[in-house]
Design a protein. Structure first.
Length: 261
């Protein structure tokens, strides 16, 4: 385990050196994301001047939801997208063989190879919005905070699993970039309570595209509104997704190794 942490530290150091050469790009991304988040909050505030609730959620509760979405967005930008988006490149350029001869699991390498930690300061924006929303709802309690952390981890596990599974399709299909872009769906559909959507969309955003588990469940946990059924469902879904993505990855590696030998 210690060896893996050392490798992650080396990956971070190498990526930071590259990022320092393009500091203006990192600053530009942070500013763009801040403006996007501020615009979303402003639009929501304007909407709540006309209605008291959306799908049974008031403005402060939706504010927590926006904080969850913003936080996960930055997790994707800092970690998942930089690393997992390279899988297609490895396969198409024939560079994946190099990873297979490394003395560490290939899934570990493609998961942590690129960590753009200089963008991590944007996470503070999402966490600050969550904190403000929880303060306004009076839900800052040890249990709610613990559940928030737990279900944020589960949400990241789901996003990671879906992105890994979609990227793994590159071993069989040549063009999967458009399919992999579905990873950002949580940022659009997840900015509103799933309960506000029509019944067919609720089913879609729960069991097919798990927006409810990724954004709504952590927000409900943070505000003390999470039911036992939804909590257990989110944990079960994240476990199933992680196991399924790992299985698909190992299957792809076995097929790739057999074809290469």
């Amino acid at each position: 385990m210690k060896r893996y942490f050392k490798l992650i530290a080396l990956f971070i150091r190498a990526t930071v050196q590259v990022q320092l050469e393009y500091r203006s790009g990192a600053v530009g991304r942070v500013i763009a994301n801040l403006l996007s988040t501020a615009t979303t909050i402003l639009l929501l505030w304007a909407m709540f001047q006309q209605v008291e609730s959306v799908g049974g959620w008031n403005f402060d509760q939706v504010l927590v939801l926006i904080g969850i979405v913003t936080t996960i967005d930055y997790v994707v930008e800092v970690w998942l997208y930089p690393s997992l988006s390279k899988i297609t490149t490895y396969v198409q350029r024939g560079e994946f063989d190099v990873l297979l001869v490394k003395p560490v699991p290939s899934q570990f390498l493609v998961t942590f190879r690129y960590l753009q930690v200089l963008d991590i300061f944007g996470l503070a924006t999402g966490l600050a919005i969550i904190g403000i929303g929880m303060h306004r709802t009076g839900s800052i309690e040890p249990l709610n905070l613990a559940l928030l952390v737990l279900f944020l981890i589960a949400a990241v596990a789901i996003i990671y699993s879906l992105y890994l599974a979609l990227s793994t399709l590159a071993f069989w299909f040549t063009r999967i970039e458009e399919v992999a872009s579905m990873i950002w769906l949580h940022s659009t559909a997840g900015s509103f309570p799933v309960a506000a959507y029509p019944p067919w969309a609720r089913l879609l955003f729960t069991f097919v595209l798990p927006v409810a588990f990724v954004t709504n469940v952590p927000a409900e946990a943070a505000t003390g509104r999470l039911s036992l059924e939804w909590g257990l469902g989110a944990l079960a879904f994240s476990t199933f997704a992680l196991c399924g993505a790992t299985w698909l990855w190992n299957l792809a590696i076995r097929n790739y190794s057999s074809a290469s030998s």
